[in-house]
Write a protein that binds this ligand. Sequence first.
Ligand SMILES: [Zn+2]
Length: 270
Amino acid sequence: MKFICPKCEEKLNIEEGRAICKNGHSYDRARGGYYNLLLSQKGGTHGDNKEMVLARRAFLDAGYYAPLARYVAAQVAEYTPAGGAVLDAGAGEGYYTDFIECTLRELHGVADVSAFDISKDAVREIGKKNSRISLAVAGSYHMPVADGTIDTVVNTFSPLALDETRRVLKSGGHFIMAIPGEMHLFGLKSAIYETPYKNVVADTELSGFELIEDEPLTYKIGLDSPAAIKNLFMMTPYAYRTRPADREKILALESLETEVDFRVFVYRKV
Ligand SMILES: [Zn+2]
Protein backbone atom coordinates (compact mmCIF):
# COMPACT_ATOMS: atom_id res chain seq x y z
CA MET A 1 0.00 0.00 0.00
CA LYS A 2 1.30 3.39 -1.03
CA PHE A 3 -0.77 5.43 1.40
CA ILE A 4 0.65 7.20 4.44
CA CYS A 5 -0.91 8.25 7.72
CA PRO A 6 -2.49 11.70 7.31
CA LYS A 7 -1.67 12.54 10.96
CA CYS A 8 2.05 11.74 11.11
CA GLU A 9 2.92 10.87 7.47
CA GLU A 10 4.38 7.49 8.43
CA LYS A 11 3.82 4.52 6.15
CA LEU A 12 0.55 2.66 6.62
CA ASN A 13 0.57 -1.13 6.84
CA ILE A 14 -2.43 -3.40 6.61
CA GLU A 15 -3.14 -5.39 9.74
CA GLU A 16 -6.35 -7.32 10.22
CA GLY A 17 -8.29 -5.21 7.79
CA ARG A 18 -7.10 -1.87 9.17
CA ALA A 19 -4.41 0.46 7.95
CA ILE A 20 -2.09 1.32 10.82
CA CYS A 21 1.06 3.43 11.15
CA LYS A 22 3.96 2.84 13.54
CA ASN A 23 2.57 5.53 15.86
CA GLY A 24 -0.62 3.57 16.27
CA HIS A 25 -2.96 5.76 14.21
CA SER A 26 -5.35 3.37 12.55
CA TYR A 27 -7.98 3.59 9.86
CA ASP A 28 -10.70 1.03 9.33
CA ARG A 29 -11.20 -0.46 5.93
CA ALA A 30 -14.66 0.68 4.87
CA ARG A 31 -17.03 -1.88 3.41
CA GLY A 32 -16.47 -0.31 0.00
CA GLY A 33 -12.83 -1.44 0.19
CA TYR A 34 -11.26 1.96 0.85
CA TYR A 35 -9.60 3.81 3.73
CA ASN A 36 -10.89 7.18 4.80
CA LEU A 37 -7.75 9.32 5.15
CA LEU A 38 -9.51 12.69 5.34
CA LEU A 39 -8.63 14.18 8.70
CA SER A 40 -11.60 16.47 9.11
CA GLN A 41 -15.16 15.66 8.19
CA LYS A 42 -16.36 19.01 9.49
CA GLY A 43 -18.26 21.32 7.22
CA GLY A 44 -20.55 18.73 5.69
CA THR A 45 -20.03 16.71 2.58
CA HIS A 46 -16.98 16.80 0.38
CA GLY A 47 -16.73 16.66 -3.38
CA ASP A 48 -19.32 15.40 -5.79
CA ASN A 49 -22.56 14.19 -4.32
CA LYS A 50 -24.17 10.88 -5.09
CA GLU A 51 -26.47 12.25 -7.79
CA MET A 52 -23.50 13.71 -9.70
CA VAL A 53 -21.45 10.55 -9.24
CA LEU A 54 -24.29 8.39 -10.60
CA ALA A 55 -24.94 10.72 -13.55
CA ARG A 56 -21.27 10.66 -14.47
CA ARG A 57 -21.04 6.91 -14.08
CA ALA A 58 -24.07 6.38 -16.35
CA PHE A 59 -22.64 8.72 -18.98
CA LEU A 60 -19.15 7.22 -18.90
CA ASP A 61 -20.38 3.62 -18.84
CA ALA A 62 -22.18 4.34 -22.13
CA GLY A 63 -18.70 4.67 -23.68
CA TYR A 64 -18.76 8.26 -24.97
CA TYR A 65 -15.30 8.93 -23.50
CA ALA A 66 -13.85 5.46 -24.10
CA PRO A 67 -11.43 6.77 -26.78
CA LEU A 68 -9.98 9.15 -24.19
CA ALA A 69 -9.76 6.42 -21.54
CA ARG A 70 -7.97 4.08 -23.95
CA TYR A 71 -5.57 6.82 -24.96
CA VAL A 72 -4.74 7.88 -21.38
CA ALA A 73 -4.28 4.24 -20.33
CA ALA A 74 -1.95 3.58 -23.27
CA GLN A 75 0.10 6.66 -22.36
CA VAL A 76 0.36 5.52 -18.75
CA ALA A 77 1.52 2.07 -19.90
CA GLU A 78 4.08 3.62 -22.22
CA TYR A 79 5.62 5.91 -19.62
CA THR A 80 5.44 3.68 -16.54
CA PRO A 81 8.03 0.94 -15.99
CA ALA A 82 6.58 -2.56 -15.50
CA GLY A 83 5.31 -2.79 -11.92
CA GLY A 84 5.80 0.95 -11.37
CA ALA A 85 3.51 2.81 -8.97
CA VAL A 86 0.65 4.74 -10.57
CA LEU A 87 -1.49 7.21 -8.65
CA ASP A 88 -4.77 8.54 -10.00
CA ALA A 89 -5.23 11.85 -8.19
CA GLY A 90 -8.87 12.90 -7.90
CA ALA A 91 -10.02 9.73 -9.62
CA GLY A 92 -13.77 10.38 -9.48
CA GLU A 93 -15.70 7.15 -9.84
CA GLY A 94 -12.65 5.47 -11.36
CA TYR A 95 -13.65 5.19 -14.99
CA TYR A 96 -10.14 6.07 -16.19
CA THR A 97 -8.44 4.34 -13.26
CA ASP A 98 -10.03 1.03 -14.20
CA PHE A 99 -8.91 1.37 -17.83
CA ILE A 100 -5.40 2.13 -16.61
CA GLU A 101 -5.22 -0.83 -14.23
CA CYS A 102 -6.54 -3.26 -16.85
CA THR A 103 -4.24 -1.91 -19.57
CA LEU A 104 -1.16 -2.17 -17.34
CA ARG A 105 -1.95 -5.77 -16.45
CA GLU A 106 -2.57 -6.59 -20.10
CA LEU A 107 0.60 -4.94 -21.41
CA HIS A 108 3.01 -5.33 -18.46
CA GLY A 109 1.52 -8.41 -16.77
CA VAL A 110 1.48 -6.43 -13.52
CA ALA A 111 -0.12 -3.26 -12.17
CA ASP A 112 0.31 -1.20 -9.01
CA VAL A 113 -2.44 1.40 -9.09
CA SER A 114 -3.65 3.60 -6.24
CA ALA A 115 -6.40 6.18 -6.43
CA PHE A 116 -8.09 8.70 -4.21
CA ASP A 117 -10.92 11.16 -4.41
CA ILE A 118 -12.42 13.53 -1.89
CA SER A 119 -15.90 12.14 -2.55
CA LYS A 120 -16.66 9.00 -0.58
CA ASP A 121 -19.49 8.17 -2.98
CA ALA A 122 -17.06 8.32 -5.88
CA VAL A 123 -14.43 6.15 -4.18
CA ARG A 124 -17.07 3.54 -3.37
CA GLU A 125 -17.81 3.27 -7.09
CA ILE A 126 -14.15 2.60 -7.85
CA GLY A 127 -14.14 -0.26 -5.37
CA LYS A 128 -17.20 -1.81 -7.01
CA LYS A 129 -15.59 -1.60 -10.42
CA ASN A 130 -12.09 -2.87 -9.69
CA SER A 131 -11.02 -4.33 -6.34
CA ARG A 132 -7.33 -4.44 -7.34
CA ILE A 133 -6.99 -0.66 -7.04
CA SER A 134 -5.79 0.67 -3.64
CA LEU A 135 -8.34 3.25 -2.54
CA ALA A 136 -8.50 6.18 -0.18
CA VAL A 137 -10.81 9.08 0.49
CA ALA A 138 -8.48 12.08 0.45
CA GLY A 139 -7.95 15.44 -1.19
CA SER A 140 -5.51 16.47 -3.91
CA TYR A 141 -4.03 19.24 -1.76
CA HIS A 142 -2.99 16.68 0.88
CA MET A 143 -2.21 13.57 -1.11
CA PRO A 144 -1.87 10.61 1.29
CA VAL A 145 1.35 9.45 -0.32
CA ALA A 146 5.02 9.76 0.70
CA ASP A 147 7.52 11.97 -1.15
CA GLY A 148 9.10 10.53 -4.28
CA THR A 149 7.31 7.19 -4.31
CA ILE A 150 5.17 7.38 -7.46
CA ASP A 151 6.30 6.62 -11.02
CA THR A 152 3.28 8.12 -12.77
CA VAL A 153 0.60 10.50 -11.49
CA VAL A 154 -2.58 10.74 -13.56
CA ASN A 155 -5.06 13.60 -13.45
CA THR A 156 -8.17 13.56 -15.61
CA PHE A 157 -10.29 16.71 -15.22
CA SER A 158 -9.49 17.08 -11.54
CA PRO A 159 -8.19 20.30 -9.91
CA LEU A 160 -4.42 20.42 -10.31
CA ALA A 161 -2.44 20.51 -7.06
CA LEU A 162 0.92 21.09 -8.70
CA ASP A 163 3.19 21.10 -5.63
CA GLU A 164 1.68 17.89 -4.31
CA THR A 165 1.92 16.23 -7.72
CA ARG A 166 5.62 17.09 -7.90
CA ARG A 167 6.24 16.03 -4.30
CA VAL A 168 4.87 12.49 -4.64
CA LEU A 169 6.61 11.77 -7.95
CA LYS A 170 9.99 10.11 -8.20
CA SER A 171 12.64 12.14 -9.96
CA GLY A 172 12.16 11.44 -13.68
CA GLY A 173 8.59 10.25 -13.00
CA HIS A 174 5.75 11.23 -15.29
CA PHE A 175 2.61 13.28 -14.90
CA ILE A 176 -0.20 12.59 -17.37
CA MET A 177 -3.00 15.11 -17.39
CA ALA A 178 -6.20 15.34 -19.44
CA ILE A 179 -8.08 18.63 -19.63
CA PRO A 180 -10.93 19.98 -21.77
CA GLY A 181 -9.76 21.55 -25.03
CA GLU A 182 -11.09 24.81 -26.55
CA MET A 183 -14.04 23.21 -28.32
CA HIS A 184 -15.00 20.70 -25.63
CA LEU A 185 -18.79 20.32 -25.49
CA PHE A 186 -19.33 23.31 -27.77
CA GLY A 187 -22.54 21.71 -29.08
CA LEU A 188 -23.88 21.45 -25.55
CA LYS A 189 -22.93 25.05 -24.81
CA SER A 190 -24.57 26.19 -28.06
CA ALA A 191 -27.80 24.55 -26.93
CA ILE A 192 -27.67 26.46 -23.62
CA TYR A 193 -26.21 29.87 -24.40
CA GLU A 194 -26.97 32.54 -27.01
CA THR A 195 -23.27 33.20 -27.49
CA PRO A 196 -21.23 30.21 -26.37
CA TYR A 197 -17.56 30.81 -25.70
CA LYS A 198 -14.65 28.48 -26.34
CA ASN A 199 -12.87 27.10 -23.27
CA VAL A 200 -9.70 28.86 -22.27
CA VAL A 201 -6.79 26.44 -22.08
CA ALA A 202 -4.46 27.59 -19.31
CA ASP A 203 -0.72 27.92 -19.68
CA THR A 204 0.68 24.45 -20.26
CA GLU A 205 4.10 25.15 -18.71
CA LEU A 206 4.32 23.58 -15.27
CA SER A 207 7.08 24.55 -12.90
CA GLY A 208 9.45 21.66 -12.17
CA PHE A 209 8.25 19.69 -15.19
CA GLU A 210 9.30 19.26 -18.78
CA LEU A 211 6.41 18.93 -21.25
CA ILE A 212 7.10 15.96 -23.50
CA GLU A 213 3.77 15.31 -25.23
CA ASP A 214 0.72 17.45 -25.96
CA GLU A 215 -1.90 15.55 -27.88
CA PRO A 216 -5.33 16.78 -28.94
CA LEU A 217 -8.12 14.22 -29.09
CA THR A 218 -11.28 15.45 -30.81
CA TYR A 219 -14.42 13.73 -32.05
CA LYS A 220 -18.19 14.08 -32.11
CA ILE A 221 -20.68 12.29 -29.93
CA GLY A 222 -24.43 11.94 -30.47
CA LEU A 223 -26.73 11.76 -27.47
CA ASP A 224 -30.08 10.32 -28.41
CA SER A 225 -32.15 10.50 -25.25
CA PRO A 226 -33.06 13.17 -22.68
CA ALA A 227 -31.54 10.90 -20.00
CA ALA A 228 -28.16 10.83 -21.75
CA ILE A 229 -28.24 14.62 -22.23
CA LYS A 230 -29.10 15.14 -18.58
CA ASN A 231 -26.24 12.87 -17.46
CA LEU A 232 -23.76 14.84 -19.55
CA PHE A 233 -25.16 18.19 -18.39
CA MET A 234 -24.89 17.10 -14.74
CA MET A 235 -21.18 16.33 -15.21
CA THR A 236 -20.38 19.85 -16.37
CA PRO A 237 -19.88 23.13 -14.50
CA TYR A 238 -22.94 24.42 -16.42
CA ALA A 239 -25.13 22.32 -14.13
CA TYR A 240 -24.42 24.94 -11.43
CA ARG A 241 -24.22 28.06 -13.58
CA THR A 242 -27.19 27.73 -15.88
CA ARG A 243 -30.38 29.73 -15.27
CA PRO A 244 -33.47 27.59 -14.60
CA ALA A 245 -35.07 28.57 -17.93
CA ASP A 246 -31.99 27.50 -19.90
CA ARG A 247 -31.73 24.37 -17.82
CA GLU A 248 -35.32 23.45 -18.79
CA LYS A 249 -34.41 24.06 -22.42
CA ILE A 250 -31.49 21.65 -22.36
CA LEU A 251 -33.35 19.00 -20.39
CA ALA A 252 -36.23 19.11 -22.91
CA LEU A 253 -33.99 18.19 -25.87
CA GLU A 254 -34.55 14.76 -27.44
CA SER A 255 -31.12 14.56 -29.02
CA LEU A 256 -27.88 16.48 -29.14
CA GLU A 257 -24.68 16.28 -31.12
CA THR A 258 -21.58 17.85 -29.67
CA GLU A 259 -17.86 18.01 -30.10
CA VAL A 260 -15.67 16.50 -27.45
CA ASP A 261 -12.21 17.99 -27.39
CA PHE A 262 -9.51 16.85 -24.99
CA ARG A 263 -5.86 17.70 -24.52
CA VAL A 264 -3.65 15.04 -23.02
CA PHE A 265 -0.28 16.19 -21.71
CA VAL A 266 2.67 14.10 -20.63
CA TYR A 267 5.19 15.83 -18.34
CA ARG A 268 8.43 14.54 -16.87
CA LYS A 269 9.52 15.68 -13.44
CA VAL A 270 12.90 17.36 -13.77
ZN1 LIG B 1 0.27 8.05 12.11
